[in-house]
Design a protein around this ligand. Structure first.
Ligand SMILES: CC(C)(COP(=O)(O)OP(=O)(O)OC[C@H]1O[C@@H](n2cnc3c(N)ncnc32)[C@H](O)[C@@H]1OP(=O)(O)O)[C@@H](O)C(=O)NCCC(=O)NCCS
Length: 409
């Protein structure tokens, strides 16, 4: 059975939203739904139809994402859902194929997404491209190492998040280009970051904020919620959930972390998503106070292997012939010679003998600089024909700092 696919009109929003709510078992607050609708790109929002019924959906945000050495247009795949009544009939698979063809036609060479489950997207050529740390810190006795930065010209100011967006945007604009995986935020993303209805709070308390500034202006901000509580004996057990902490320099960064860790009546800080190389790891004198889990974050798919690989920078020289396997986007399935060094890169179709044979998802996973290609070789998922070629490719594609996105789309 086939399910015709086409972009939806704005009038079809309720049925589209209904499929997402069924798929994700959610009932968004009207303010959340309005925000979500305002950010939707309807011409990039696809539905698969069973007669008049929308049975499956997906959408794309047109993102500008930081990649190693620059920024690229990236298709931010979102809102993927199939009605429970129609699952496992191939609807997701047909939506994915149509969406990838549309992305290619639009000229974007890379797609990226956050996955609800890690097992879904590898078959469509997406590879785990970044990871995050989710950690808890017991705040008692969290000193910093000797030599931690201190700038006496900096001071903290408590601000209202809803009134401080301009300052956040200025700080964010100066950090967004520093780390692969980050993307520029439009109005609707900022509205999501600062949303603070009871539904947004989810019992964690209202959104609060502190900025670090000097006479020249704001140099960093923290956005968080605090859930106050006391144990039976009257000892404060408040929990602070940290959403964002961005700073333009190490001194502002350290001061903001101090304000979070030193907040009165808080015994525990929970950071849901931080970079794997977050400087806080180096700042804490007792690093064991940081109890971290390591999770997949962004999944990346090279929609056009050659344009994508030529569109980023490389940390070391490499000259390899890659034999790419790609059943979903067959235009990628051939041999490519990647010749790159820190000054530039090109990727050309060739018929030469391959140095490495690899599935396209392996290149997606390495694209932002954190692909663990050697681990994939060790797992037997890549076939190396020229000894050392995977290590050379891995060294060239690795990037510092590590990729991280931070804000789910
Ligand atoms: C995940 C979801 C979109 C799959 O839709 P679907 O139409 O049932 O998927 P398909 O029938 O096209 O399946 C395609 C393939 O993916 C596999 N697959 C589907 N859902 C999967 C899952 N959750 N985990 C692992 N594999 C999955 C299928 O087994 C099938 O495998 P095959 O290629 O070996 O045959 C659907 O189950 C859903 O809406 N889930 C809830 C919402 C959600 O998690 N959305 C994803 C947001 S990122």
């Amino acid at each position: 059975m086939t399910y015709p696919i086409r972009p939806i009109s704005e009038a079809e929003w309720p049925a589209f939203a209904g499929v997402l709510e069924e798929g994700f078992n959610t009932t968004p607050h009207p303010s959340q739904e309005a925000r979500w609708k305002a950010g939707t790109e309807f011409d990039r929002t696809l539905a698969a139809f069973d007669g008049d019924t929308i049975a499956g959906v997906t959408s794309v945000f047109s993102l500008t994402m930081t990649v190693p050495g620059g920024r690229l247009p990236v298709a931010g795949v979102t809102a993927v859902s199939v009605l429970p009544s129609h699952r496992r009939r191939g609807i997701l698979a047909s939506l994915m194929r149509r969406q990838l063809a549309d992305i290619r036609e639009r000229g974007e060479s890379v797609a990226a997404l956050y996955a609800s489950e890690a097992g879904i997207y590898g078959r469509f050529g997406y590879g785990r491209a970044s990871s995050n740390l989710s950690f808890r810190v017991r705040t008692e006795g969290t000193g910093f190492v000797a030599g931690a930065p201190h700038d006496p010209s900096l001071r903290l100011r408590v601000v209202k998040p809803a009134e401080s967006r301009a300052a956040y945007e200025r700080v964010f604009a100066s950090v967004v280009g520093l780390r692969p995986g980050r993307y520029e935020r439009n109005d609707s993303f900022w509205a999501g970051v600062l949303a603070d209805s009871e539904a947004d709070q989810q019992g964690a308390g209202s959104l609060r904020s502190v900025v670090a500034e000097d006479d020249e202006g704001v140099r960093g901000y923290a956005l968080f919620r605090v859930k106050p509580s006391w144990d039976a004996g009257g000892t404060p057990e408040g929990e602070l959930s940290l959403y964002e902490l961005e700073a333009v320099d190490p001194a502002a960064y350290a001061l903001l972390w101090r304000s979070v860790l030193d907040r009165d009546l808080v015994s525990q800080v929970q950071a849901v998503s931080r970079p794997v190389d977050d400087p806080i790891v180096a700042l804490l004198a007792n690093q064991r106070q940081l109890r971290a889990g390591w999770y997949d974050e962004l999944w990346v798919r090279l929609v056009e292997v050659d344009r994508a690989l030529a569109g980023r920078s490389y940390a070391a020289p490499v000259d390899v012939v890659l034999e790419v396997e790609d059943a979903v986007c067959p235009w990628n399935a051939r041999r490519w010679r990647l010749s790159a060094d820190p000054t530039g890169a090109e990727c050309k179709p060739v018929d030469d003998e391959p140095d490495v044979t690899l599935p396209v998802r392996a290149l997606g996973s390495a694209f932002l600089g954190d692909g663990l290609l050697a681990a994939q070789l060790g797992a037997g998922l890549l076939r190396e024909h020229t000894p050392g070629s995977v290590r050379a490719l891995a060294a060239a594609m690795a990037w510092d700092p590590k990729p991280w996105t931070g804000l789910v789309f």
